[in-house]
Design a protein around this ligand. Structure first.
Ligand SMILES: Cc1cc2nc3c(=O)[nH]c(=O)nc-3n(C[C@H](O)[C@H](O)[C@H](O)COP(=O)(O)O)c2cc1C
Length: 196
């Protein structure tokens, strides 16, 4: 059994004041409390072009994607905080997931489907609106499952997200904090079992 699973935490937006980035940051402490090593990453640090097979054929994988593939490969699980764009996931997140799913001829072990397969995942939604990004959760769950991740049933949609995070960086609402603690514990437990 893996005592301290490594969980990568990311938000689907790179916007400076992104609500999803604030919520992603708020997930780090609950994951650590649940026994994980949580690594918060910024998708802005992996600025891949919009995927195009011609680009890949000519130039191969962008170096930032190779780096992210290795980070994902070295992890035991993934927590993704999603803004909702027209009921679905952001193009930034989809593009990043797609690039990372591509094999790298120079490093077949740590690229392609192997960076996702057999790892645990959890999905959260966030929106300034009343539904908290509920609709995106079904899409992102489906995509991560297709990539071979085991997405835990616990999920969280944080409505009115512009008011949900306090000055201390954690969720203001006690019930939401409890739900995030439970989700974090379930993710860490699943990562331990899958990667033991
Ligand atoms: C193209 C686009 C589509 C959007 N669609 C939705 C939506 O379906 N549901 C929703 O709650 N908010 C929607 N919004 C509003 C976003 O939730 C809001 O801009 C949010 O703050 C973006 O996430 P971020 O703060 O993490 O960058 C949309 C915004 C954009 C730019």
């Amino acid at each position: 059994m893996k005592e301290t699973p490594r969980i990568v935490v990311m938000a689907g937006s790179s916007r400076r004041d992104a609500l999803s980035r604030k919520l992603a940051a708020a997930c780090v402490a609950p994951l650590q409390a649940a026994g994980a090593e949580a690594r918060l990453i910024e998708l802005a640090d992996y600025p891949a072009p919009l995927y195009n097979g011609d680009l890949e054929a000519e130039f191969g994988l962008p170096p930032c994607i190779v780096e992210l593939q290795r980070t994902l490969y070295d992890s035991d699980g993934l927590l993704v905080v999603n803004p909702e764009y027209n009921g679905s996931i952001t193009p930034l997140l989809k593009n990043t997931l797609d690039w990372c799913s591509r094999p790298n001829a120079a490093d077949r072990t740590r690229s392609g489907g192997a960076v996702y397969a057999g790892r645990a995942a959890a999905v959260l939604g966030t929106s300034a609106g009343a539904l908290g990004g509920m609709r995106v959760l079904f899409h992102v769950r489906d995509i991560l499952g297709y990539l071979g991740m085991q997405v835990i049933p616990q999920q969280l949609a944080i409505a009115h997200a512009d008011r949900a995070i306090g000055d201390d960086g954690s969720l203001c609402d006690a019930a939401q904090r409890t739900a995030l603690d439970r989700l974090s514990a379930a993710l860490v437990d699943t990562a331990r079992r899958l990667r033991g």
